[in-house]
Design a protein around this ligand. Structure first.
Ligand code: ATP
Ligand code: MG
Length: 382
């Protein structure tokens, strides 16, 4: 199943956007245009649906409704998220939508304005119901998060809960002692990545590490024999052999791996792990341009084999130079005073023409999303 459409209203820097999504989605736009915010809307749905999660906690973790609601919105309108889920080429299987705001009086708790579910075009949930109106506190929880009220659409709940997000920060992995504290749920920055590897059943773990080692050998030829080990205190580590000019290669652990090596290991592992939607933040970071160029094709193959939807936020010219990327796979974000506008590249006639004349997304879409007046940058810093 994939998220085939996303519509947001008053979500952070988006006043109102509505985009069709394909199996592979590249999100492009200047700094602060909302690429991460767009991915966060999907993480928000996951946070509602996950066991032990829920609407209240998802909002608290983001600092409250006032942080989430678009600052460019007038008055205090509701925040809305609406998604369509699709299986194969048929029409949407599910549609799920919520809208929430903050109570005007009292505890100022976040509260649902509506929650709606459609299956195959037929609406099966429409809140607030009469019961909700009698007992308003019910509107502090979604039906999605409640096992006893989501039985008719638990598939949506499971699907949203399965969404994975990765923005691996190598320093967290190399120096976990420097970043103590409770950490974030779902470990988005990979702090516990090596524990996750160690907890994976042995056969799966070994076969995945083997595949990663083979792929890694092309990108980082001097590293061989990637494996996981436990130290004398039982803490898991990644280890590899570092070959060099002297006979007798040395073993290295993750704290000695390069940033790019760790990001590649994290990326490859996550790509092999499961078939749920995967949100990747700027996977090009720390990687050589020759490798970055190969990523779109790699995503395509993985996503084809596993029927997995992959979202990629990126600034990378090299990645978007791949002529295999179609205009329908690219969401362009363009900020303006009224909030960021999102357009699927293929919906723009000019872009469609340029793409069909053989230009790449990098050539067509990236210049459109660059901030104006950038030539003044160095002058202003002098
Ligand atoms: N409630 C809100 N209303 C309006 N704007 C908001 C709100 N919350 C955050 N923003 C704005 O969203 C922008 C950050 O967006 P985001 O982090 O998604 O950008 P990005 O495209 O991922 O940028 P980068 O490429 O630098 O990672 C900031 O400019 C921030 O001010
Ligand atoms: Mg970002």
């Amino acid at each position: 199943m994939i998220i085939s459409r996303l519509s947001l209203k008053n979500w952070r820097n988006f006043r109102s956007i509505d985009v069709d999504l394909s199996d592979r989605v590249f999100i492009v736009g200047p700094n602060a245009s909302g690429k991460s915010n767009l991915l966060d809307a999907l993480r928000f749905l996951k946070d509602i649906a996950k066991p032990g999660g829920g609407l209240q906690q998802a909002i608290v973790e983001r600092g409250g409704v006032s942080k989430i609601r678009c600052l460019a919105a007038r008055k205090e309108p509701a925040v809305e998220i609406d998604v369509e889920l699709k299986n194969g080429s048929d029409g949407p299987l599910w549609r799920y939508g919520i809208s929430f705001t903050q109570q005007v009086r009292g505890y100022r708790q976040p509260i649902l304005r509506h929650e709606r579910v459609w299956r195959g075009g037929k609406q099966i949930l429409d809140r607030p119901t009469e019961d909700d109106k009698k007992d308003v506190i019910r509107l502090t929880q979604t039906s999605l998060e409640q096992i006893n009220s989501n039985s008719e659409f638990r598939e949506i709940s499971r699907f949203l809960d399965s969404i994975r997000y990765l923005h691996l920060v190598p320093q967290l992995l190399k120096h976990p002692e420097a970043f103590k504290g409770p950490g974030l749920s779902d470990d988005p920055f990979g702090k516990n990545f090596i524990e996750l590897v160690a907890r994976t059943p042995e056969n799966t773990r070994r076969s995945r590490l083997k595949k990663i080692e083979e792929a890694l050998r092309l990108a980082v030829p001097q590293l061989i024999n990637l494996s996981d080990v436990k130290d004398e205190t039982g803490i898991p580590h990644l280890e590899a052999t570092y070959t060099h000019w002297r006979p007798g290669a040395g073993r290295q652990r993750e704290d000695q791996f390069s940033d790019g090596t760790l990001r590649l290991i994290g990326l490859f592992w996550t790509l092999l792990d499961g078939d749920s939607p995967l949100l990747l933040e700027e996977p090009e970071l720390s990687l050589h341009t020759a490798i970055v160029k190969k990523l779109p094709a790699l995503f395509y193959r993985m996503q084809r084999r596993r029927k997995r939807q992959i979202f990629v936020s990126t600034h990378s010219w090299e990645m978007l130079q791949d002529r295999g990327i179609g205009g329908e796979e690219v969401v362009m974000l363009e900020p303006n005073n009224e909030g960021t506008v999102a357009t699927v590249a293929s919906k723009n006639t000019d872009i469609r023409k340029l793409l069909s004349s053989g230009l790449s997304i990098a050539e067509v879409a990236l210049p459109r999303t660059a901030p104006p007046n950038l030539e003044q940058l160095s002058l202003n810093l002098e």
